[in-house]
Design a protein. Structure first.
Length: 204
């Protein structure tokens, strides 16, 4: 099937609820880029829909992952609105390289364990890469909630890998969506960095 035909087929098979979830997911990123706490409302609604859709599709682990995203939407909203020492919302901050290194090691170890389990007990495609993306997404979502500037750089890498992984599985629409996510992440990084320069930022 040609690429164009595959995308048309994907569009025609897109359910109304899935379409709403995708729109809300894009709105979440655009609002997060603007540091609007409304992004978490969109995130909660989008992941709630995906939790139900993926559970119905028997993708239980992905459904549970979206359940985690729902919880993080609540936590993120609280951090952005009531977090910080003054309870007026967290400010954009950065992590030292050592903390990034520890995060990378933790994600890699978790991905190695789950990747091995998937590789040896199932016919999962891209087991190690899929595991790395999943655990990376779990960690970076927490970074978004804490307004860690470098989260956008991680999303650029994660979403770039997703483009090829989803394309390989014939999910052309999702692959295109992740390409859009990469563009948003790039703008998000520069937008937050600009805001950081205008504020008194303490390094976490």
């Amino acid at each position: 099937m040609a690429l164009g035909e595959g995308m048309v087929a994907a569009l025609t098979q897109l359910s109304p609820w899935e379409a709403v979830a995708v729109i809300l997911a894009v709105a979440y990123l655009l609002l997060a880029m603007r540091e609007s706490a409304w992004c978490w409302y969109c995130a909660f609604a989008s992941t709630a829909i995906y939790t139900a859709l993926l559970w119905h599709a028997s993708l239980l682990m992905q459904s549970l992952l979206n359940g985690y995203y729902m919880a993080m939407a609540v936590y993120g909203w609280w951090q952005w609105r009531r977090g910080g020492t003054s309870h007026e919302g967290v400010a954009i901050s950065r992590w030292p390289w050592r903390r990034h290194g520890l995060l990378g090691v933790a994600v890699a170890l978790a991905a190695a364990v789950t990747g091995y389990m998937l590789d040896t007990t199932s016919d999962a495609a891209w087991p190690y890469v899929d595991s790395l993306i999943t655990w990376g997404s779990v960690a970076v979502t927490w970074m978004v909630a804490k307004k860690i500037l470098e989260n956008w750089l991680y999303w650029i890498v994660i979403n770039s890998v997703c483009i090829f992984m989803y394309f390989d599985r014939g999910l052309y629409l999702s692959s295109t969506l992740f390409a859009f996510y990469v563009v948003i992440a790039i703008f998000g990084y520069y937008s937050w960095r600009s805001s950081e320069r205008q504020a008194d930022v303490s390094f976490a």
